[in-house]
Each structure stands twice: as C-alpha cells, then as structure tokens.
Design a protein around this ligand. Sequence first.
Ligand code: CTP
Length: 403
Amino acid sequence: MSVLSGKKILLGVSGGIAAYKTASLVRLFIKAGAHVQVIMTPASKDFVTPLTLSTLSKNPVYSTFFNQDDEDEKWNNHVELGLWADLMLIAPATANTLSKMANGTCDNLLVATYLSAKCPVYFAPAMDLDMYKHPSTLASFKALENFGNIIIPAESGELASGLSGEGRMAEPENIVAFLEADLESKLPLKGKKILITAGPTYEAIDPVRFIGNHSSGKMGFDIAKSAANLGASVVLISGPTHCVVNHSFIQVVKVTSAQEMYDACHQYYAEVDVAIAAAAVADYRPKNVANQKIKKAAENFVIELEKTKDILFSLGENKKQQFLIGFALETENEIENAKAKIQKKNLDLIVLNSLQDEGAGFQKMTNKVTFINKDFKIEPMELKSKEAVADDILNKVIAHFYE
Ligand code: CTP
C-alpha cells in the first residue's frame, strides 16, 4: 500500500507545457488511494483542460476566486482548500509562479492557497534550460527552500523550445516516487521494528478437534496496520483467523498453537524495539494429544490439561530495549488485576479490556480500553472502533520514543 493512500493532495497547476502531464499525475495519485483537489492558474488552462483534471480527480477544479457558474457557491475559499490538504504540490511550477510564491504576490487562487496552506509544500519546476539556471529562478528556489518547501528537481532532456538540457518537469512516476520516499522517511516509526501477536491459538485434542477461543484477531491486525502506516516494520505472529493484511511493511507469521506462537515470538524478539501481545493465547492445552480421532465410548470423557507457556511473561523476563505492551481481559477487580499483570509480566503498558463494557471484546468491531502504564497512571478511553484503539496504542508507542 502506498504511503499516499488516504492522503489529501492539493495539486496546483501553473501555465507551462508540462501541465499536460498533470493528467497522468492525478491518475497516479488516485490509483495510490489519495484524495485530490486541483487548482489551476488561468494560464495553465491553455495546456490542459479543467474538465480533464476534474474528471480524473473526481472533484471540481478551482481556478478563480469567484465561481461564475455556480449561483450558490460563488466564493472559492482558498483558506479552506489550504487547510484541507495533507500536502500541496505545485506541478508544473513555472518561473513566474515560483517567483510569486517566493515573494507572496497573491494575485491568483493558486498563490493565495499556497500562502494559506499549513501542510508540507512540494514544487516541481518546469521551464527552459536557461530560465532554470537564471539567478532569479535560483533565488526563488532558495527562498522557497528557506520557507521549508521541498523542490522536486527538474529532469534533463529535450525541451519544448527544441533545446536540450535541464528544466523538464520530473516525470509523473518520478514525482510520485519522490513524494512517497520523502513521506516514508518522515514517518514517526520509520526504522522501528515491532512484533505483534494476534488471534486465538488452537490446542489440539486429536487430529480433528481442538480447544480454542472466540478471538477474531481484528485488534492485533489493526495494530499491525496502524504501526506499518506509521513506518514501522512489523512482524505479525497470528493464530488461526480470517483476517488478512496486505502491506509491504508487514510480515505475517502464521501459527496454530501457543507453543508455536511462543517459538515464533522468541525467534524475532531480540531484534525488535516494541512488542505488543494482542493474542488470546490458550492458558491450557490437552496434556496428551491423541494420534487418531478419539471414538465416542464412555458416558463421561475427561481431558487432562496442562499449562501452556505464558508468552508475554517470557518476553518480560527477557526484556532489554523492548517497549513491552500487554493486554488484559478482566471481568472483576479489573484495575487491580491489570496492575498485578504489569508487575508480574514486567510490562511498560497494559491495555485493559473490560467485558462489562458494552461493545468491547471478542468478535466486536469496537473496543473500550483503559491504558495503565508501569507507574500505574490510569487512562480510561472512550468506546471506539478497533482501528481507532489501534491508533491510540501506536500513539503511546510514539510518545515512548519522542517524549
Ligand atoms: N498471554 C500470553 N501467553 C499466554 C497467556 C496470555 O502471551 N499463555 C498474554 C496475552 O496476549 C495478553 C496478556 O498475556 O497480552 C494477558 O492475557 P490474559 O488472558 O488477560 O491474562 P492471563 O495472563 O492469561 O491471566 P488470567 O487468564 O489468569 O487472567
């Protein structure tokens, strides 16, 4: 999944021949899952039509402060557009538009929106080679870079003038790759490795039967997705679930039993920065597993169980650099039991689920949790979707590294 997925991109198109390439650019952004709004300078409409970019972006295209055609919405609000965006890209950025941006010359909607935008701003210059090298253009680049704007350098090749050299707007594919690489490098968990357990475990009774539980795995998978979207590289060790994930930062390790989950966790634990145990691991397993299917015979049938290894406890015992997060599912004396688990399992943070809360727990789309840290600071959270709870958990991880 692209880091651009879900991002709100404001594309400012200024009047150079490379404007025709913005059709492909918008298409690539939409394909990557981004939301796109386009602002055009009046001159750019000679090179690509608003209808093309509006059709591709699935949004109206803005070009003037006033909307001539729409009686109800006469005013195109540049402040709103600027605040809407997660990132703004000026492509192509002509020498004229760059100079206006550098000097705050606010005589069109594009520059007005640029001045109102609080998000990161990228610009992809496009002009003839001598214009590209002119001290005036270089001064604009410098001023914009000093403002914190990011240049996507022009490429070399044949230019519209017939000359050949530096000045071509970067190809749309290269602009997308540039933005993805830049955004990825700035993700807060870039370079961090996170181990996550998810789902139930199944403990075999015989070749066809097992002891399991109702865990859907959703909470652990949502945590994995949230961590990966923040740039972490994730090892997701999952018991049997129907959950699926497809993210280049997530490696899924499928296991069945508590013992397999224990072995997989210890295979990766030494090298991770964070471990989050969201799995509902069986506490007991049949002491003897029958080789053949057990036939129906006596009226009563007793299965002797033995304890499984407590994976989280063993991670706490071996803790070095890892920030260790556990879950607790309690039905009584919740806070006290959760605190005891923090100490017993040497945790940094526990996520307490209470089954007394409506909408929380197994097989639900929502969860209501309370965070308790190792200093016993208690933080009850609202009932939220599991995705939002996952984000809250990752915010705790980010706070651990940055506060
Ligand atoms: N856990 C684990 N390995 C086990 C049992 C539990 O890693 N064999 C982890 C769970 O993933 C969870 C935490 O321990 O993060 C607490 O699980 P919970 O079922 O609430 O507690 P238990 O330690 O099993 O204690 P009890 O069932 O007695 O409450």
